[in-house]
Design a protein around this ligand. Sequence first.
Ligand code: NAP
Length: 244
Amino acid sequence: MGGRKTVFITGASRGIGHATATYFVRQGWRAITCSRDEVPEECQRSERHAHITCDLADTERLEDTVLRLHNILEGEGLHALVNNAGFSPKGEGGRRLGCLDGDLALWQKVFAINFLAPVFFARACAPLLEENRGAIVNVTSIAGHRVHPFAGSAYSTSKAALTALTRELAADLAHMGIRVNAVCPGEINTAILSPGTERLVERIPMRRLGSPEEVAALIHYLCGEGASYITGAEIPINGGQDVF
Ligand SMILES: NC(=O)c1ccc[n+]([C@@H]2O[C@H](COP(=O)([O-])OP(=O)(O)OC[C@H]3O[C@@H](n4cnc5c(N)ncnc54)[C@H](OP(=O)(O)O)[C@@H]3O)[C@@H](O)[C@H]2O)c1
């Protein structure tokens, strides 16, 4: 038990979350993950990896998820929370949904998963993280900072809110010794990307998509000793898209 660190990662059935769980486990951490379904076969499991099934859109059930987290922890400490789960609804044929699209229920669902769940988990995990001077990393998006050709308006505004939440949490949790930062991906090669993303690559200075493992490494860095004086930061990971 001694020395082992534990991270709770939301939305880790695939993509960035799965890569992050795998990365942390390889670095000797225990990873507790959650998503709507069981972790698929192809996602490597080990005894250092526990999974909770939950639908983060159902805000009434978030408390239940935290109870299950406590049960898995069995009194062991929590050292990091990664709010990674994200939902980016698209229109027919992958069409971008703008401000005039989608009913309010869809906007509420986007905000429940992308914003309210991180608020809830940050509040619920703060006492656990305080014991270990732990860290929170929120996964925001380049779409939270500018209009994106594929990411919709509900998604983008929810990510802008998550960026603001990172700042607010950093200020409010600093006295507890908890650091709160965000990683802000550009185009990362996962299932969330829309058809046509290849065309965006021409506008990326590094001329390629990022990999989930590259994001995982940054998240891991922000949770570690090397980042001990970093809080309230949002680190872009986008192949240089901010240089223009
Ligand atoms: N890929 C990119 O280019 C990119 C760019 C900017 C930001 N991001 C952000 O990075 C994060 C990870 O994205 P990704 O690219 O890895 O996406 P992804 O491959 O679509 O994975 C999304 C994860 O979120 C989980 N999730 C979605 N809805 C959920 C719900 N209602 N309840 C519980 N879990 C839910 C999914 O699990 P289940 O579906 O199995 O429940 C899945 O594990 C997201 O926050 C996304 O907004 C990604």
